[in-house]
Each structure stands twice: as structure tokens, then as C-alpha cells.
Design a protein around this ligand. Structure first.
Ligand code: FAD
Length: 322
């Protein structure tokens, strides 16, 4: 019998997050001949989102539209996904290792008495053997996991598994499922976000991160400019957040966000182990620091020893000239 993998999509600001498409690509890697069934939960515009999943490789999509699913709650999404899992009896369930994925999947795995491989950065397949690679010890080492039996949840770290090419000629069934979510006690009525300009930090291809060396909130302005010319997002060390140069939502590291951009520019950041935990898997790391002994240079691919207030304007000028 053909195997089946569910992919739980995730939205933000009315659109699907890129990690939803990465989860489809991951499901295809896990079992190339499996039926990939997308899951879209929410209140409106579910058909457009379902079609996007199909264009990115899903074979069909199940949607549940309900007022109480407009914003994520573990109770509401938990009940809805459980209902779909019971209907579909999938062989595996894939979603992003995002704050929602981290909250939802362990609860569902416990409820279904099944396994979970979290924070997967790579998937290798040799015949029937699927190896999941995930960082451990704050990214200092990697472990490989093999699932030998039964239904398993897999969460994938954003920006690690390339998405499949979008193909608008693809088509597939979109089924709307009725689920009784009337007894949900928690409803998030509104999500108030701190105004964050531009690209979502956890999915950004380029991150310009500032540390205590930036010295003030005003000192972050050139970093925003550099991020803008590179089409990226601004992040920060905890040192910079603690000093109130920027908001904690920008913090990267062990107790902040984990990012894996193509390019990470660490500006005035010393490279404490807790910071490295959130960015050391970035594909290319550039460090700008006036201290040649700074630990960040030990993991940087390119280092610029100098004063950030001189280096950043030069970089912006050069990039703008290209
Ligand atoms: P500093 O260590 O003070 O470094 C500032 C750097 O700026 C220096 O290297 C200096 O040479 C350079 N500099 C100064 N002026 C200039 C200039 N003009 N031009 C160029 N360079 C300049 N930290 C995190 O980042 N994320 C976490 O998630 C995190 N979690 C933690 C969890 C725990 C339990 C603990 C104990 C700590 C955690 N920390 C975390 C804090 C971490 O240990 C460091 O204190 C912090 O990362 C230091 O931030 P920083 O590199 O910005 O500051």
C-alpha cells in the first residue's frame, strides 16, 4: 500500500510561511513515492493556501476552517490535527521547527503514543533507511536518528531543506473537513506584534546581527540599512538586548531564536557559546569586530578586524554600487 505523509502548514500575516514548503520537500525526501497530504487550518483564504501547497509538491490538501482556528492555540490546533490524523492514518507527520511546531508536535506525539524527531537539518535516504540529522549540545555536535517503527512526527529547522520548484500546473483535491471544535476553551482573539519591518528573522536568507559593540539603539541604524540593501533581517546578541539597544524579539542564541541564513553578519558580537548556539549553522558567517582575539573569528568564514562604525558604511556603499 502507498504510504502517506501529512504536512502541517503554518501561516503568518495572511500567507503561508516558507517552512511549510520546506516541510513538503522534507516529506518528499523521506519517501519519494508517498502521497503528500497538506493540512491547512485557519479561518479564511484556505483554498489559496491549499493551492500554494499543491504548487509546491503536495498531492492533495485537507483544510479545516473555523473561527476558533484563526490564531494558533495548542488546544484548537491539537484537536483539529488529531481529527485529521485519525481520518487519514498517515505514516508520518512533518512540520516546521517553529514556535508552533515546537509546541504542537510533542503534545500530539504524547497523545498518540508515538515518536518525534525534532529540529531536523538534513535527511538522508539509503533504500528504506531514513537518517535524520539534528544538532545537539547547542549545535556543537550532530546526531543521526533512524526510526525503525511506527508513526513519527518530524519537525524541520527553517532554511535547511530546499523547497521544490513552484509549479502552477500541478493540481490536487482540496477537501474541507468539518471538525467540532466547539468545546475549545482557549481562543486567541488578536495577535499584537511588535512592529517588525521587513523580512521574518527566523526565515531570513541574510541576517545582520548586532552586539554590545554597537553601543546604542542609534548604533543599530546602520545595521538596519545594511540589512535592507541585502534584503535581510536584523538580529542581536543577548548583550545588545540586555543593554536595551533593541527588542528581545531580535535575540539570537540558546535562549533566543535559532537561525540558519545563507549569510550571517555578526557585528560587534564577541561570539559567546550561547550566541553561537543560535547561528553557528549559518552557511556563510562574516564577523566584524575590532578585537582580533574575539571568539567569533574562530567560527567565521570571513573576518573583518575593524571599527564597525567605519566598516558598515563602507560595506553599504560598496553593495549599493554593485
Ligand atoms: P560582548 O561579549 O560584550 O561583546 C561585544 C563585542 O563587541 C566585543 O567582542 C568587542 O570587541 C566588540 N566591539 C566593541 N566595540 C566595537 C566596535 N566599535 N567595532 C567592532 N567591534 C566592537 N547571548 C546571546 O547572544 N544569545 C543567547 O541566547 C544567550 N543566552 C544565554 C543564556 C545563558 C544561560 C547565559 C548565562 C548567557 C546567555 N547569553 C546569550 C549571553 C552570552 O553569554 C554573552 O554574554 C552575550 O552573547 C554577549 O553579547 P555580545 O557579544 O554582544 O557582547
Amino acid at each position: 500500500m502507498m504510504s502517506k505523509l501529512l504536512v502541517i502548514a503554518e501561516g503568518r500575516d495572511g500567507a503561508l510561511r516558507n517552512v511549510s514548503f520546506e516541510a513538503i520537500a522534507a516529506a518528499k525526501k523521506i519517501k519519494s513515492d508517498a502521497e503528500i497530504v497538506g493540512v491547512v487550518l485557519g479561518k479564511d483564504d484556505l483554498e489559496d493556501k491549499a493551492n500554494e501547497l499543491i504548487y509546491h509538491g503536495a498531492d492533495r490538501v485537507v483544510t479545516i476552517a473555523h473561527e476558533k482556528l484563526q490564531n494558533y492555540t495548542s488546544e484548537g490546533y491539537g484537536q483539529a490535527v488529531l481529527a485529521i490524523v485519525n481520518d487519514e492514518s498517515p505514516d508520518g507527520i512533518v512540520m516546521g521547527h517553529t514556535s508552533i511546531g515546537k509546541d504542537l508536535t510533542p503534545k500530539l506525539a504524547a497523545k498518540l503514543d508515538t515518536g518525534l524527531v525534532s529540529d531536523v537539518v538534513d535527511i538522508e535516504v539509503n533504500g528504506d533507511r531514513v537518517e535524520y540529522t539534528r544538532p545537539i549540545y547547542s549545535g556543537k555536535a550532530f546526531e543521526k536518528k533512524i526510526i525503525t517503527d511506527g508513526l513519527t512526527f518530524v519537525t524541520i529547522r527553517p532554511n535547511n531543506i530546499p523547497i521544490l520548484d513552484r509549479d502552477e500546473s500541478r493540481s490536487g483535491d482540496i477537501t474541507t473537513k468539518e471538525v467540532d471544535v466547539a468545546d475549545i476553551r482557549t481562543i486567541v482573539k488578536d495577535v499584537v506584534r511588535k512592529a517588525s519591518k521587513g523580512v521574518d528573522l527566523s526565515e531570513a536568507r541574510v541576517v545582520v546581527a548586532g552586539g554590545r559593540g554597537v553601543k546604542s539603539a542609534d548604533g543599530f541604524k546602520p545595521l538596519y540599512e545594511l540589512a535592507e540593501v541585502l534584503g535581510g533581517a536584523v538580529g542581536a546578541s543577548r548583550g545588545a538586548c540586555d543593554a536595551e539597544y533593541c527588542d528581545y524579539s531580535l535575540q539570537i542564541g540558546q535562549t533566543g531564536k535559532v537561525v540558519t541564513p545563507d549569510l550571517y553578519i555578526a557585528v560587534g558580537i564577541s561570539g559567546a557559546i550561547q550566541h553561537l548556539a543560535g547561528m553557528s549553522n549559518s552557511k556563510v558567517i562574516v564577523a566584524i569586530n575590532k578585537d582580533p582575539e574575539a571568539n567569533i573569528f574562530n567560527i567565521a568564514d570571513y573576518g573583518i578586524i575593524g571599527d564597525l562604525f567605519e566598516v558598515i558604511p563602507l560595506l553599504i556603499e560598496e553593495i549599493k554600487a554593485v
